[in-house]
Ligand binder design. Structure first.
Ligand code: FES
Length: 235
């Protein structure tokens, strides 16, 4: 199957009113791709409080499948929604910005769209860093050291540098102000899950002993990347 056939175009529910004024081709793309609702929980299985996230710490959970990693970040300031291009024929979509009380919490699939590099328990070549390190083009970016793709988490994971042709896929979070909890419910932008499972499914099965395509359950454990992955490579 052609790579582009895997690309799925979605947009945010938060842009409903906005999409009504747009041409039909754009409006058709203005939809998130819904999956099961998954509450983010801590190591003890308790609902994670958004306000307890430490800004600029690289957190990780799995969604919408048990084996697909997602970066969770509190950027320390509001992330404003914006329009993005998913590359190729995928067109434009609107990322809604940050979640949480301060609109500073964002989540993105931790699968580099160039060659599908992703964090594992052994090593992570892709990670968030508050400072640019040696090869970064700015502070506060997600950097994949395989070919130096860099993404801006404050701008919907737009590509800042490197050969990637599309942003990281956004994961949409709903925030309950009363309980301060976060629930993942959809992806937004081009997804590469079929390619990911096609390339790594066997490894993921032997690594975890689980069906990698199993959907995430109703609760997802949030890790610090430094605890989840033994070696986080910086470049
Ligand atoms: S796979 Fe991420 S930059 Fe090459």
């Amino acid at each position: 199957m052609n790579r582009r056939s895997f690309l799925e175009r979605t947009c945010t529910a938060g842009a409903v009113g906005f999409s009504m004024a747009l041409p039909p081709t754009y409006a058709a793309q203005a939809r998130p791709r819904s999956y099961g609702r998954t509450l983010l929980v801590d190591a003890a299985g308790q609902a994670l409080r958004a306000s307890k996230l430490t800004p600029h710490v690289n957190y990780l959970f799995h969604y919408p499948y048990a084996a697909t990693p997602v970066f969770l970040l509190d950027l320390g300031k509001a992330a404003v929604g914006q329009s993005l291009t998913a590359g190729g024929r995928s067109g434009v979509y609107h990322w809604p910005g940050g979640s949480g009380a301060q609109h500073s919490v964002v989540a993105y699939c931790a699968i580099c769209p160039y060659k599908l590099v992703h964090p594992s328990a052994d090593v992570s070549l892709i990670s968030y860093r508050a400072d640019r390190a040696r090869r970064g083009v700015q502070n506060g970016l997600i950097h994949c050291c395989a070919d130096h793709c860099q993404f801006d988490p404050a701008q919907g994971a737009a590509v800042l540098a490197g050969p990637a042709q599309q942003p990281l896929t956004a994961v949409l979070l709903s925030h309950d102000p009363a309980s301060d909890t976060l629930t993942a419910y959809a992806t937004l932008g081009a997804v590469l899950f079929d390619e990911f499972f096609g390339k790594f499914g066997g490894q993921l099965t032997s690594r975890n002993g689980l069906d990698p395509r199993a959907p995430a359950s109703g609760r997802a454990r949030v890790w610090e990347l430094s605890a989840y992955s033994r070696n986080s490579v910086r470049c």
